[in-house]
Design a protein around this ligand. Sequence first.
Ligand code: ADP
Ligand code: 5GP
Length: 188
Amino acid sequence: MDCIENKGKLIVISGPSGVGKSTLLHRLFREYPDNVCFSVSYTSRSPRIGENHGKDYYFTDNETFEHKIKNNDFLEWARVHGNYYGTGKSEVEEILHSGKHCILDIDVQGADSVRSSGIPAMFLFIAPENIETLRCRLEKRGTESEETIAKRLKNAVGELAQKDKYDHVIVNKDLDLAYKELQKYIFG
Ligand code: ADP
Ligand code: 5GP
């Protein structure tokens, strides 16, 4: 990506499935619609009930996704929990040009790619108190099958092992406290 003259920061947020990333981010976007913007990713996974194309993700099939890989359309992409996920270059460029902070909710592989691209970014990791908390939250959310929950919990162990690569780790135990920390890191 070309050097972009702007005031907005690129902020990369990672953390295991069910830790509360979307919950924290929705609150952030509600409170600061003029200052932060979510980079809507592309994915080959199916939409969950309540998710909207163009708002939560651009939902695509494998073929379209692979075409976009070949076309070099992604800032980063990865296979996560058996599906494709990727950040569109043009989405990020548009947000940063607008002067807003651009938020990427991406997995640890995607964060590695952004890190090695040399694009200046702040890296935040959202962690649970423990794995059992993740299981409870995923079960309570009720959006995944038992099999998918098991896969996501298994992957969480490897993801948590990478948290020290990040600039800051926020433990999402108490939602209000975690949100305050997030605000502090983003707005200083
Ligand atoms: P992620 O986007 O990281 O997969 P979600 O934001 O969907 O996770 O959160 C998973 C579930 O946990 C949701 O049902 C959400 O309401 C709940 N949750 C999020 N943060 C907390 C918290 N601090 N305490 C209790 N439940 C939480
Ligand atoms: P979910 O299916 O729960 O929405 O997301 C699963 C995982 O994919 C999460 O860890 C999320 O951060 C990650 N993810 C979402 N979008 C992207 C993306 O564009 N790139 C990468 N690398 N990971 C993503």
